[in-house]
Design a protein around this ligand. Structure first.
Ligand code: C2E
Ligand code: CA
Ligand code: CA
Length: 376
C-alpha cells in the first residue's frame, strides 16, 4: 500500500504503538527524537531506505518521530510480512537481532541521559540457549564428553548377537545425558555434525577392533543423517578408517536416517559407493515419518529397519500386526533383510521368529551399553 506525505507531515511519533514499517520510494524524511523539549535530528532518509522496522521487530513503542522534509511516497510494509519472516528465521539469528536492537535502544536512551534498561534477560527466540548448548557440545567433543553406546541386534534364527548399533550419548555437565535426538539436530544446523560423525566412526572402529580381538566378528551399524551424507568423502573416510584399523569394510554398516531433504540421486550414489566396498546400507525407521515406499522403490537398501511403533503395537492393534506382516513380506521379496526395532517382550520376539525376520533389536535383547559391557 502506498502512503504519500506532504512536506512537514508526521508519519509516526515517539511513543506511538508499533504499526507498519515503510520503504521510502521518493522524497526525504527526518528521524527526530525529543531531548528535554528540544528536537534532535537522528538521521535523514531518502529513496530506498527502510524505516519503522525496529518497532515491528521487537513490538516496542516507536523511539523516534518521523517527519517528511519534502513531499514523499512510501510503501507500507505490513507487520505480518516481517513478523512471519522473522518467526521463520534461525532462532540464533533472531536472538542476535533482538540483542542488537536492545543495545541500540539502550544507546539511544543513554544519549538522552536516560538510564538504559539492563541488557540481560532478552532471548525470547531461545537462540542464545541454543548457542550456549552448541558451544558446550564443541567443548564436549574436545574433551571426550561424548560417549558411544552399543545396542545389540539378535540374529534370531541363530540365536546369536549378529552385531550392534552405535548410539551416541552426550554427558552434559549440568543436564546429565542429553538425547541424540536433541543434539544431533543441533549439530546438523552447523558443520559441527562433521566432528560428531568422526567421533562416532572413530569409536565404532575401536569398538569393532576390541570385539573382533575377542574372536567374534559382529558388525557395527552407524547412523548417518541426510546432512552427513551430503558431506563429501564420507564413504572414503569410512573405508579409510576401517582399513587403518585392519577391519573388513563389511564390519561397518550404515543406517540412513531420513529427512525431507533427502536427495535420491545422492543417496543412490552413496549406496552404490558403499556396495562397491562391500558395506551394507539400511533404511532406518521404516513405516513412519519420511521413510516411505518411494524410498524402498527407488533405492537399493540391503536392510530395512521397521520402526519400533510396530513392535509396540503389534499385540494391541490388529492393524499394526497386519501392516508389520506385510512390510516384512515385502522387504523379503525385495531380497533385503529386516530388523524390527523396539522389541521389549518375549511374545514380540516370537512373532518375528514366525515371520522369519532376521534381526531383533530392543530392550529385551539389550539396552545401549558401553563397549566394556559387551567385552566380558
Ligand atoms: P534410532 O536410530 O532409531 O535408534 C534407536 C533408538 O531407539 C535409540 O534411541 C534407542 O536407545 C531406542 N531404543 C532401542 N531399543 C528400544 C526399546 O526396546 N524400547 C524403546 N522405547 N526404545 C528403544 P536414542 O539412542 O535416544 O537415539 C535416538 C536417535 O538419535 C536414533 O534413533 C538416531 O536416529 C539418532 N542417533 C543416535 N546416534 C546417532 C549418531 O551417531 N549419528 C546420527 N546421525 N544420529 C544418531
Ligand atoms: Ca538407527
Ligand atoms: Ca530406528
Amino acid at each position: 500500500m502506498k502512503r504519500t506525505l506532504a512536506a512537514g507531515d508526521v508519519l509516526f511519533s515517539e511513543g506511538d504503538a508499533a504499526g507498519s514499517a515503510y520503504l521510502v520510494e521518493s522524497g526525504s524524511l527526518a528521524v527526530v527524537a525529543d531531548d528535554e523539549g528540544s528536537e534532535v535530528l537522528l538521521s535523514e532518509l531518502g529513496a530506498g531506505a527502510i524505516l519503522g522496522e525496529m518497532a515491528v521487530i521487537d513490538a516496542a513503542p516507536r523511539t523516534a518521530t518521523v517527519r517528511a522534509i519534502t513531499d514523499a511516497v512510501l510503501i507500507e510494509i505490513d507487520r505480518g510480512q516481517l513478523a512471519e519472516r522473522i518467526e521463520r528465521s534461525d532462532p540464533v539469528v533472531r536472538s542476535l537481532l533482538e540483542g542488537l536492537l536492545k543495545r541500540y535502544r539502550g544507546a539511544m536512551s543513554a544519549m538522552r541521559g536516560q538510564v538504559a534498561e539492563a541488557e540481560d534477560g532478552f532471548d525470547h527466540g531461545g537462540g542464545m540457549g541454543k548457542i550456549r548448548l552448541e558451544s558446550q557440545l564443541r567443548e564436549a567433543l574436545a574433551n571426550n564428553g561424548l560417549d558411544l553406546r552399543l545396542q545389540p541386534l539378535l540374529e534370531i534364527a541363530r540365536d546369536e548377537l549378529g552385531g550392534y548399533e552405535a548410539l551416541v550419548r552426550w554427558n552434559h555437565p549440568e543436564r546429565g545425558p542429553v538425547s541424540p535426538a536433541e543434539f544431533i539436530a543441533l549439530a546438523e544446523e552447523t558443520s559441527l555434525i562433521v566432528p560428531v560423525g568422526e567421533y562416532v566412526l572413530d569409536h565404532a572402529c575401536r569398538a569393532l577392533k576390541a570385539l573382533h580381538a575377542g574372536g567374534r566378528s559382529p558388525f557395527i551399524a552407524i547412523n548417518v543423517s541426510a546432512r552427513q551424507l551430503a558431506e563429501q568423502g564420507l564413504i572414503d573416510r569410512i573405508v579409510a578408517r576401517t582399513t587403518e584399523s585392519g577391519l573388513p569394510h563389511a564390519a561397518l554398516k550404515v543406517e540412513i536416517t531420513e529427512s525431507l531433504s533427502l536427495d535420491y540421486g545422492m543417496v543412490a550414489e552413496v549406496i552404490a559407493e558403499c556396495h562397491g566396498h562391500g558395506i551394507k546400507v539400511a533404511m532406518d525407521d521404516f513405516g513412519t515419518g519420511y521413510s516411505g515406499m518411494e524410498h524402498l522403490h527407488r533405492l537399493e537398501f540391503d536392510t530395512v529397519k521397521i520402526d519400533q511403533a510396530y513392535a509396540r503395537n503389534m499385540h494391541a492393534s490388529k492393524r499394526a500386526m497386519a501392516i508389520l506382516q506385510h512390510m516384512v513380506g515385502m522387504v523379503h521379496d525385495l531380497g533385503a533383510d529386516v530388523v524390527v526395532e523396539g522389541i521389549e517382550e518375549a511374545a514380540q520376539l516370537e512373532v518375528l521368529q514366525e515371520l522369519g525376520v532376521r534381526y531383533a533389536q530392543g530392550y529385551l535383547i539389550g539396552k545401549p551399553q558401553p563397549l566394556s559391557d559387551w567385552l566380558v
